[in-house]
Design a protein around this ligand. Structure first.
Ligand code: FPP
Length: 250
């Protein structure tokens, strides 16, 4: 990894990039290799993505590594993914820490093996003080789960008299969501040609720009990511206003 350089045009850069890293399986099948080979190759694209975000000064990156629905995959593929996560936690955390990356896992971690959970906790603790990049990894995560969890936490706070249940609105509910301390997602990118959210971040993408590209995840490199940023920079983000209002406020 190289040292990060400041962004050229911070105003047109997403502060928070979220990615559905889709296409590993098809990438491998096209090469007559097992799907797990595609996931291993996908890890290289992931490294390139972290490096790209550091270099471009994107503050938050959220990656969909394992959805709450991915348990339905063949046991062999799920097992291979778990091994890959374990290995990545053993081999990558120190280098990421050296680059100032703060790692956060979001999702229902209780479903994972004790050794995986322990390594995830350790990685979060080790990197907690870092500021160069928030790298959030969604594992056993679902956007609907996140909404239900936020509602449950708010209900508990109301029961304990910390908040007034009758006054809960989108502002008072917001702190109970995963990633509440980070900016909302500006750019949602999905690789692999499908045009779906697939129960990834729901609340956090309320005003995100959605970009879908055909490139399979293992083929993603800095050029592909720059293409997504260029598309983002071309979009007019109105946040409910008119074009004239946006132009006047620029
Ligand atoms: C979706 O492609 C990808 C996944 C379910 C796993 C993503 C995992 C990685 C990129 C590996 C590295 C991750 C970490 C955190 C070390 P798919 O299998 O659905 O592909 P397909 O649509 O072609 O079948």
């Amino acid at each position: 990894m190289q040292l990060p350089t400041p962004p050229e045009d911070a105003a047109r850069l997403p502060r928070h990039l979220a990615i559905v890293m889709d296409g590993n399986g098809r990438w491998a099948e096209r090469r007559h290799r097992p799907r797990s080979f595609g996931h291993r190759e996908g890890q290289k694209a992931l490294r390139a993505t972290v490096e790209f975000c550091l270099r471009r000064g994107i503050g938050s990156l959220t990656l969909f590594a394992f959805s709450s629905e991915n348990w339905k995959r063949p046991a062999g593929e799920v097992g291979a993914l778990m091994q890959l996560f374990l290995k990545a936690l053993d081999n990558e955390v120190e280098e990421l820490h050296g680059h100032g990356v703060r790692i956060e896992f979001i999702g229902d971690l209780a479903a994972f093996s004790p050794e995986l959970r322990e390594r995830m906790e350790k990685a979060m603790q080790r990197t907690a003080g870092n500021r160069a990049l928030n790298a959030n990894v969604a594992v056993n995560y679902g956007g609907a789960w996140d909404i239900a969890r936020a509602a449950r936490l708010a209900a508990q706070a109301a029961q304990q008299g910390q908040i007034d249940a009758g006054s809960i609105d989108e502002h008072s509910l917001a702190p109970y969501f995963c990633l509440a301390a980070q900016p909302p997602v500006d750019l949602f990118l999905r690789t692999g040609g499908e045009q779906r959210i697939s129960n990834f971040l729901l609340w956090q993408i309320a005003y995100a720009e959605l970009v879908f590209i055909d490139t399979l995840w293992p083929d993603v490199d800095a050029g592909v990511l720059q293409g997504a940023l260029d598309e983002f920079a071309r979009r007019e983000r109105r946040f409910g206003m008119t074009s004239a209002q946006v132009a006047a406020s620029a």
